[in-house]
Write a protein that binds this ligand. Structure first.
Ligand code: NDP
Ligand code: BG6
Length: 517
């Protein structure tokens, strides 16, 4: 390598080279990046990984010298791979912008290497090919994105670390969920992976942490004076985290039936939201400091009991001119499966801040709409001077309490429900919203979660990745209840496709004086 900097460096390379003297920082003027997508022929790769890499490339966020290597068993030439990727790329950065040349120059950086997942010599061949694009620089850095079924995580981690890790720079590995199915299988997976990878190299993805509003949660809490003083049992009556999808498990029944909604969504995505919501202020924004606080609050969660859990499963429904299949109608689902496609859980945090406050989590497939929200219901105003007025106007006191809603998707928004005087003579009250709808306030396309997360791996930032002790704590919370549901063969309550879910979830909420928002 001649070690000279190229005439043109990308934004990120320029920013990073400024801090290249700092130990541990990558000097992108001198180093290369190769992203290996293992499972390159798969669904996640095509749906999320290539579009995210492309968007980062279009926005000049990737180092000057970067390449993408697809790896899977399917036979494809580089050209066929480029056609395959090309089909999934859109220019999402702005409506007007045409990505023009960038489309072609991106694809020119993509290569494909077929191989088996447990064959070291195939990984060696991949590594040798990679040196082709790495040879001009001092150091070669490599990211392996394991976009494959969990049954082959360990085999791939082993082969990649022995035969294809970078000889000169860093090697990082992105692992996708599921991280096991319970405490034992998670511990086993960790033991196996740790034979080949250090904790430092491992980036465990929970893509919910890459969503714009989830990242904003810490900003909202800790960069504003007005929320944090209210953020406790003194003022908050209950917190709801609601995940609802308006489609079923069509096409994914085989995977889903092994896991069910509690493992698929609640134990990871929703619990991550609760831990960021409820944690104490971290010492700093450093990844370890944030993750320390998340683990602490996870350890404060009270063990779940069956009477605080409701499970449901969707059944088919005949709509106007269309029939919606039930979960059991999917050929890949075993007949008579009791797998829950809906669950609601009441969770309590035994610490000084949250003692007694119900955190109600609800997740379901094939419901009436698609939305993910955090809803914070505040307590009643003590000695409310307007209580007569509110009831006179037909408003129920409970419904007129303040509520803060963070709508994670779709149509991202944060709004606060307040009571307000209707303008005019007389004194009539109304409940209305202080409304921050992102589309109206910010004229930008929000990055997809995968863009943010892949960029963080490139920059070695672990704030939005899950540490192993977080997963330990998350599984410790859910494993006993999952085992109990399975061993007692708890019958899920059936709900029609496209409905609001089983009524049991309303009974659970009302047990704690809560009405779902
Ligand atoms: P796929 O089932 O599409 O598998 C990816 C690739 O792995 C396939 O193209 C295939 O490539 C290879 N493969 C599939 N099954 C096997 C097998 N039994 N043995 C060996 N190789 C196999 O997975 P996804 O792309 O959907 O998901 C990848 C990972 O991401 C998984 O861990 C999944 O749980 C996780 N994930 C996926 C999400 C999604 O939306 N798809 C969302 C969140 C997480 P080939 O035959 O060419 O070798
Ligand atoms: C995945 C689950 O982790 O998240 C899916 O496996 C679910 O079942 C998906 O549909 C939801 O993600 P998003 O980003 O579309 O809300």
């Amino acid at each position: 390598s001649n070690g000279t900097a190229p005439a043109e460096v990308s934004n990120v390379a320029a920013q990073l080279s400024a801090s290249a003297a700092e130990p541990g920082k990558t000097d992108w003027t001198q180093e290369t990046l190769s992203v290996v997508v293992v499972g390159a022929s798969g669904d996640l790769a095509r749906k999320k990984i290539y579009p995210a890499l492309f968007a980062l490339y279009v926005e000049d966020m990737l180092p000057e010298n970067f390449s993408v290597y697809g790896y899977a068993r399917s036979k494809m030439s580089d050209e066929e791979f480029r056609d395959y990727i090309g089909g999934s790329l859109t220019c999402r950065v702005t409506d007007e912008d045409s990505c023009g040349d960038k489309y072609d120059t991106f694809l020119e950086r993509c290569y494909y290497q077929p191989g088996q997942y447990s064959d070291e010599s195939d990984f060696k061949a991949l590594s040798e090919r990679m040196t082709g694009t790495e040879k001009d620089r001092k150091k070669a850095n490599r990211i392996f994105y394991l976009s494959i079924p969990p049954s082959i995580f360990t085999a791939v981690a082993g082969c990649a670390s022995k035969a294809a890790s970078s000889p000169s720079g860093w090697t990082r590995v992105i692992v996708e969920k599921p991280f096991g199915k319970d405490s034992e299988s998670f511990a086993q997976l960790e033991r196996e992976l740790s034979n080949f990878l250090t904790e430092d190299q491992m980036y465990r993805i929970d893509h919910y942490l890459g969503k714009e509003l989830i990242e904003n949660l810490t900003v909202l809490r800790f960069a504003n004076l007005v929320f944090e003083p209210l953020w406790s049992r003194n003022y908050i009556r209950n917190v709801q985290v609601i995940f609802s999808e308006d489609f079923g498990t069509e096409g994914r029944g085989g995977y889903f039936d092994q896991y069910g909604i509690i493992r698929d969504v609640i134990q990871n995505h929703l619990l991550q939201i609760v831990s960021l919501f409820a944690m104490e202020a971290p010492v700093s924004l450093d990844a370890e400091h944030i993750r320390n606080e998340k683990v602490k609050v996870l350890h404060c969660m009270k063990q779940l009991t069956l009477d605080d859990v409701v499970v449901g499963q969707y059944r088919g429904r005949q709509g106007k001119g269309h029939s919606y299949p039930g979960y059991l109608d999917d050929d890949t689902v075993p007949p008579g499966s009791l797998c829950p496609t809906f669950a609601a859980v009441a969770l309590f945090i035994n610490n000084a801040r949250w003692d007694g406050v119900p955190f109600l989590l609800k997740a379901g497939k094939a419901l009436a709409n698609r939305r993910t929200e955090i809803r914070v219901q505040f307590r009643n105003v003590p000695g409310n001077l307007f209580s007569d007025r509110l009831s006179l106007n037909g408003m129920d006191l409970d419904r007129s309490t303040n509520e803060l809603v963070m709508r994670i998707q779709p149509n991202e928004a944060i709004y606060l429900k307040i009571n307000n005087k209707i303008p005019g003579l007389g004194m009539k009250l109304d409940t209305t919203k202080l409304d921050l709808t992102y589309k109206q306030r910010y004229n930008v396309h929000l990055p997809d979660a995968y863009e943010r997360l892949i960029l963080d791996v490139v920059n070695g930032d672990k704030r939005l990745f899950i540490r192993n002790d977080e997963l330990d704590a998350a599984w410790a919370l859910f494993t006993p209840i999952l085992k109990e549901i399975e061993s007692k063969k708890v019958q899920p309550e059936l709900y029609p496709y496209g409905s609001r879910g089983p009524v049991g979830s309303h009974y659970l909420a009302s047990k704690y004086g809560v009405r779902w928002g």
